[in-house]
Design a protein around this ligand. Structure first.
Ligand SMILES: Cc1cc2nc3c(=O)[nH]c(=O)nc-3n(C[C@H](O)[C@H](O)[C@H](O)COP(=O)(O)OP(=O)(O)OC[C@H]3O[C@@H](n4cnc5c(N)ncnc54)[C@H](O)[C@@H]3O)c2cc1C
Length: 386
C-alpha cells in the first residue's frame, strides 16, 4: 500500500521511543501528536521518574527492566544528554506489605544487589527519614531517576535525524483498517495511509481504542514540590542527589508515597507523589481538573512529614494522569482484531522506566508482528478472557 510504512499515534513517552526505534531500523515513520514536543498535558512530565529493578510490582518485570536499563544507556550515549541519575533507591514497608516483601522477592529471585535495613539502620544511614518503628526496607544502589521531558525530546530528535516525519498539534480524530490491508488515519489536516499503525495514546487510549472496550481508568495525580528545612544536623546537601536516594514508602493506614532528592541544586525543592490513596479521583483526559487546592497540598505536606519531618513550605504542584488497568499490568501487544495495529497503554503509574524497551517492542510488533521480549502478561485480550 502506498503511504507510510508505520504511523505512530501519540508522540509522548512510549510513542516517541517507538518512532526512534522504528526509524533506527530504516522504517518509514509518520508520527502524529496532539500537543507539542515533551508537553505537560499527559503522563510524561514533571522532571523526574523513578527507575528501579527490585520490582515489587512483580519479579516477572525484571528481564524487561534489564533491557530497559541497557536502552537508557544507549539513549544517553546516542543523544549525549544527561537522562539518568542512579542515586540509589529505598523501598520502605514492613513484613506484611507488598513494597518490602515484593522488592525483596524480586531481588532474591534475580540475584539483584541489595541490602535489607531495619528502622534503626534506615534512620542512621538516611537521617532525613523517620520510618515507622516496625519498618523494613530494601536498599538498591542500582536505582534512581530519569528525566522524562529530556528523554522524550531525545527520542524525538533522534527519530527525526533518522528520517521520521513528526507532526505536532495534529490530533488523530479517527483511524480505520483498509479493506486490502493497511490503515487510514484522519486528522484535522487530512488523512494518511500506512501499512501499520502503532497507538500509544496514554490517557486518551480509552477513546482512541474505544472499539476494544479496555477496562482502563484514568486517574488525576498530583506531583508536589516542598522546600526542605535545613538544620544543623540535616544540612540541605543531604537532600541533593549526591547524598539522597529515591524512596517509596508504605505505612499501615497511610497513603503510599514516593519521592526524589533535590534535582539540579536546591531551588527546585524535593518532589513528592502519592501513588495510592483514597483521595485520588478518576477522570477522563479531556475533563481533567488541573487546579491543585491548598487543602490537597496541606494533606500531602502532613503525610510527607511523617517520613521526612523537615518537609518545609510548598513550592509547586502539577497535575498529571495515570491510566490504570484492573491488574495494574500494562497493555502491550497486537490489536486483537487487527494484526496491522499494535497498542501500548494502561501503564498504571509505573511505565516510564520501561520507555526504551517498550519502544523496541512496538518496533518489533510493527516490523515482525511479534517480539522476543516477554510481554505475555500484557496481552490486550486478557480482559476479554476474564
Ligand atoms: C505523577 C506521575 C508520576 C509517575 N511516576 C513514575 C515513576 O516514578 N516511574 C515510572 O516508571 N513511571 C511513572 N509514571 C508513569 C509514567 O510516566 C507513564 O506510565 C508514562 O508516561 C505513560 O506513557 P504514555 O506514552 O502511555 O503516555 P503519554 O506520555 O502521556 O503519551 C501519550 C501521548 O499521546 C498523545 N495523544 C493522545 N491522543 C492523541 C490523538 N488523538 N492524536 C495524537 N496524539 C494523541 C498525547 O498528547 C501524549 O503525548 C508516573 C506518572 C505520573 C502521572
Amino acid at each position: 500500500m502506498a503511504g507510510y510504512q508505520v504511523i505512530v499515534v501519540g508522540l509522548g513517552s512510549m510513542g516517541a521511543a517507538a518512532a526512534n526505534a522504528l526509524a533506527a531500523r530504516g522504517i518509514g515513520v509518520l508520527g502524529l501528536e496532539a500537543f507539542w514536543p515533551a508537553h505537560d498535558q499527559g503522563s510524561g512530565h514533571g522532571a523526574s521518574r523513578i527507575i528501579r529493578q527490585s520490582y515489587f510490582e512483580g519479579a516477572d518485570y525484571v528481564p524487561l527492566l534489564r533491557s530497559a536499563y541497557q536502552g537508557w544507556d544507549r539513549l544517553e550515549s546516542e543523544s549525549g544528554d544527561d537522562l539518568v541519575n542512579l542515586c540509589g533507591g529505598l523501598y520502605i514497608g514492613n513484613d506484611s506489605g507488598p513494597i518490602f516483601t515484593g522488592a525483596l522477592a524480586a531481588a532474591r529471585q534475580w540475584g539483584l544487589p541489595h541490602e535489607v535495613l531495619d528502622a534503626e539502620q534506615i534512620r542512621s544511614e538516611f537521617p532525613t527519614l523517620s520510618p515507622a518503628t516496625d519498618a523494613r526496607a530494601v536498599w538498591e544502589r542500582n536505582a534512581g531517576y530519569v528525566r522524562p521531558e529530556a528523554a522524550i525530546e531525545a527520542n524525538l530528535r533522534l527519530a527525526r535525524a533518522k528520517g521520521a516525519e513528526l507532526h505536532f498539534a495534529e490530533p488523530v480524530t479517527a483511524w480505520s483498517t483498509e479493506p486490502g490491508g493497511g490503515v487510514r488515519v484522519v486528522t484535522p489536516s487530512g488523512s494518511y495511509v500506512g501499512d501499520r499503525l502503532v497507538i500509544a495514546g496514554g490517557a486518551w487510549a480509552p477513546s482512541l481504542l474505544d472499539d476494544l472496550g479496555l477496562p482502563l481508568v484514568v486517574q488525576r495525580q498530583v506531583m508536589y514540590w516542598f522546600r526542605p528545612e535545613a538544620t544543623a544536623e540535616l544540612p540541605i546537601r543531604r537532600y541533593t542527589d549526591a547524598e539522597h536516594p529515591i524512596y517509596v514508602e508504605e505505612r499501615h493506614d497511610h497513603d503510599q508515597i514516593y519521592g526524589f532528592p533535590i534535582q539540579d541544586g536546591t531551588d527546585g525543592g524535593m518532589k513528592i507523589g502519592i501513588h495510592r490513596s483514597e483521595a485520588i479521583r478518576p477522570t477522563t483526559a479531556d475533563d481533567l481538573d488541573r487546579t491543585v487546592t491548598a487543602a490537597e497540598i496541606h494533606r500531602v505536606q502532613q503525610r510527607t512529614r511523617r517520613l521526612i519531618p523537615a518537609t518545609g513550605e510548598p513550592l509547586a504542584a502539577k497535575v498529571c494522569m495515570y491510566t490504570m488497568t484492573p491488574d495494574e499490568h500494562f497493555v502491550i501487544g497486537s490489536h486483537p482484531d487487527h494484526d496491522q495495529v499494535s497498542i501500548a497503554c494502561g501503564f498504571s503509574g509505573h511505565g516510564f522506566k520501561f520507555v526504551p524497551v517498550v519502544g523496541e517492542i512496538l518496533a518489533d510488533l510493527a516490523e515482525h508482528g511479534r517480539t522476543e521480549h516477554p510481554i505475555g502478561q500484557f496481552a490486550p485480550d486478557r480482559f476479554r478472557r476474564s
